[in-house]
Design a protein around this ligand. Structure first.
Ligand code: PLP
Length: 402
């Protein structure tokens, strides 16, 4: 057996299941889950139609190529042009992927080189973070190095705190903007700092941008490739961005996204994927073209999230430290006492599930930056989210009076 498998940690939802295993939720309330970040708005009809049309046509009749059909890569290139004013080559700088999760994982296996230096390679990750980064590092025989997000600086990572000796061993850096769980968007100055570090130490940047289309400020979130272009890095050297339809278009079950950036890295990743056997089904490719070509459903989706967040954030802010994020579909709130106790007691008293923040982070110097926080995914319909928020308010108020 691959010895690195034993290093993998329990997934946050597995830990949540264990936390709730011995709790009987109050049967007076119907269950409401804000725990799992799975989009639950309706899948747009135009995507389902394109999917059905492809099945009824020749969509299942042949093996797909790993690079994907050119019309899909062109649809993605046009989207990048419209969304970020970028000129990206559909021939050499874009690859379709089966959701960003598999791609982020596989990309690490492509980039990491255990033999390159005598010392163990490092993968730098934000903290809290999406757990795939850590698993990808561990299975790539690398050591994850976590950089805490700072709640006093809009949850930005303090990249400058990473010692040069760590950067010198770093082969891959994961960034997540908009971030999960805090929803923070990385500004251009921070990108500049990371590009300078990448130039100095030679590491690759994987930019996870799957929440980029759900935002609450006027300006759409800055993308990694867009930042590179604004800083004159038109070849996207050492940078690959990962984007997904799951949240943008409410199709988490379709498994569709893409990565784009540095042509040399994309070429190597294509080689890896050819052997890995991760070509996208032609049916999914057709439905994805329809999705990338349409922006109306994305705007409608964003309005639904904006309405929910506008209603629920101020309500929760009356009892806890929480603010509207830049983007994403989570509220990342500070609570009194232990986040695990909060989640368990809330579930017992009001049948509402939230995720303890410490499950999304790792201890650094004896401190977990997710401790004392909870993550609430506002993915259900507005009335359900509102009811959950009202129950949370009642729970916190009752707790205070003890
Ligand atoms: C930060 C982050 N990245 C990537 C993903 C993977 O999304 P998908 O594989 O559906 O594109 C998720 C899913 O929840 C996520 O939260």
């Amino acid at each position: 057996m691959n010895p690195h498998l034993s290093l993998l940690k329990a997934y946050p939802f597995e830990r949540l299941r264990q936390l709730f295993a011995t709790v009987t939720p109050n049967p007076d309330f119907r269950p409401i889950s804000l725990g799992i970040g799975e989009p639950r708005h309706a899948t747009p009809a135009l995507i389902k139609q394109a999917y059905c049309d492809a099945i009824m046509g020749s969509g299942l009749a042949s093996y797909p190529s790993t690079a994907g059909e050119l019309p899909l890569r062109q649809a993605i290139a046009h989207w990048l042009q419209r969304r970020y004013q970028l000129s990206v080559s559909a021939q050499t700088q874009i690859l379709p992927v089966n959701g960003s999760r598999e791609a982020l994982f596989a990309f690490a296996q492509t980039v990491l080189s255990p033999e390159r230096s005598g010392a163990k390679p490092v993968v730098v990750c934000p903290n809290p973070f999406y757990q795939i980064y850590e698993g990808a590092a561990l299975l790539g025989a690398a050591e994850p190095f976590f950089v805490d997000s700072n709640p006093h600086r809009n949850f930005a990572q303090d990249w400058a705190s990473v010692p040069d000796a760590v950067w010198a061993r770093t082969q891959l850096l994961f960034v997540c903007s908009p971030g999960n769980p805090a929803g923070a968007v990385m500004p251009l100055e921070e990108w500049k700092l990371l590009f300078d570090l990448s130039d100095r130490f030679g590491f690759v940047i994987a930019s996870d941008e799957c929440y980029s289309e759900i935002y609450f400020r006027d300006e759409p979130p800055l993308g990694g490739l867009e930042a590179a272009m604004r800083l004159g890095r038109n070849d996207f050297k050492n940078l690959v961005s990962f984007t997904s339809l799951s949240k943008r278009s409410n199709v988490p079950g379709m498994r569709s996204g893409f990565c784009a950036g540095d042509a040399d890295l994309i070429k190597q990743f294509l080689l890896f994927r050819t052997y890995h056997g991760s070509a996208m089904s032609p049916v999914v490719q057709s439905a994805s073209i329809a999705a990338w070509n349409d922006e109306a459903h994305v705007m409608e989706n964003r309005v639904l999230y904006r309405e929910k967040f506008a209603q629920i954030t101020p309500l929760l802010a009356t009892v806890m430290d929480v603010a509207l994020p830049d983007a994403g579909f989570y509220l990342w709130a500070a609570v009194q006492g232990s986040d695990e106790d909060f989640a368990r007691d809330l579930y017992a008293a009001y049948n509402v599930m939230v995720l303890p923040g410490s499950y999304l982070a790792r201890d650094v110097d004896g401190r977990n930056p997710g401790a004392g926080r909870i993550r609430m995914a506002l993915v259900a319909q507005a009335d359900e989210c509102l009811e959950a928020a009202q129950r949370i308010v009642a729970f916190v108020q009752a707790r205070k009076s003890f």
